[in-house]
Design a protein around this ligand. Structure first.
Ligand SMILES: NC(=O)c1ccc[n+]([C@@H]2O[C@H](COP(=O)([O-])OP(=O)(O)OC[C@H]3O[C@@H](n4cnc5c(N)ncnc54)[C@H](OP(=O)(O)O)[C@@H]3O)[C@@H](O)[C@H]2O)c1
Length: 289
């Protein structure tokens, strides 16, 4: 998420970006290991930020389940280190819709952590909220970056190459297009409020299968190689919640902004996708338009 929105964040903020790994060419990231208190203190002293956007996590659900100690270090201890170094800075802690597993649109009080990832993200929230923090429970979709493909990037690439896909018809969510996040984050800072808020597209959740079909239809891509399946039949290593859709009214009311609908998110993604495919960098052999 950080790499996907870094450039657009500059429209609203003067940014210093930090990451644990060496930057790719053209990137100017500050090195930090958030699990090391000294490293975090040095970073904060050096940047003296007004706002800290805390995105770092062990976000791989299976990796969290396989190694809960590592998940705890990254999702909980690292947040504690940041909180203790932050001073007066506002902290935006990015949490996840994975903390839910209920029917319909979950409200902020409806948490139901069902795996180590969800549990450690909730713990991280609690620690962040002991400081001057807003915890945003979100899900987003994007094309992704060179380093990591996003959900929508994976879908469009698979549709185009006619790869067989199993799409879950019983996992519900309401992800927002990452392109909207910088503007949303600017509004959060402008109308600052501490607390926990759901952030997704405005409207009822859809299944992952329906999301994929709607995306393909908008781009005129074939879904002939897709089958709709149940997550229960997928024999995944770790339990995945089915009901992650979120009610976003609390956020909208608190920050005085209407979040975009799914249609608007898909339209915006499709515009960016077409522009991206037109770029010299990633010219593709067949033109889907
Ligand atoms: N992906 C989703 O669909 C999704 C949905 C809801 C919420 N979220 C939340 O959104 C946030 C971003 O997720 P993501 O998908 O972008 O995750 P990601 O691709 O795995 O990125 C996590 C980032 O954390 C950094 N990091 C890991 N260990 C670190 C350490 N010890 N010190 C400093 N940085 C460290 C990594 O830096 P390097 O690049 O240097 O390794 C990486 O940039 C997470 O908090 C996640 O829980 C994600």
């Amino acid at each position: 998420m950080g790499r996907a929105i870094a450039e657009d964040l500059e429209t609203y903020f003067v940014c210093r970006h930090a990451a644990s790994s060496a930057p790719a060419s053209g990137e100017s990231y500050l090195a930090v290991d958030l699990t090391e208190k000294g490293s975090v203190n040095d970073l904060v002293k050096r940047c003296r930020p007004d706002v800290i956007l805390h995105l770092a996590a062990l976000a791989d659900v299976d990796a969290c389940e396989a190694d809960p100690t590592r998940a705890y270090r990254l999702n909980v201890d690292a947040t504690r280190n940041l909180v203790s170094a932050a001073g007066d800075a506002k902290i935006i802690y990015v949490s996840s819709d994975h903390v839910y597993d209920g029917a319909g649109a979950n409200r902020e009080a409806d948490v139901r952590p069902t795996n180590v990832y969800a549990l450690t993200k909730l713990w991280g929230e609690d620690i962040a909220l002991s400081a001057n923090a807003a915890a945003l429970r979100l899900n987003f979709f994007c094309l992704g970056t060179e380093k990591k493909e996003g959900f929508a990037g994976w879908l469009t690439r698979s549709f185009r190459s006619k790869q067989p896909l199993r799409l879950f018809g019983d996992v519900f969510f309401n992800p927002i297009y990452a392109g909207f996040l910088p503007g949303i984050l600017a509004r959060v800072v402008e109308r600052w409020q501490r607390g926990t808020f759901n952030v997704g597209y405005h409207g009822p959740g859809v299944s992952k299968a329906e999301f994929a079909m709607r995306l393909a239809a908008r781009l005129g891509l074939s879904t002939e190689t897709c089958v709709v399946a149940s997550v229960g039949d997928a024999q995944l290593k770790t339990y995945r919640p089915r009901g992650m859709a979120m009610n976003v009214e609390f956020f909208e009311h608190a920050f005085g902004m209407r979040l975009p609908t799914l249609d608007r998110c898909l339209d915006s993604f499709c515009d960016d996708w077409r522009a991206w495919n037109d770029s010299d960098l990633l010219r593709l052999s067949d033109d889907p338009r």
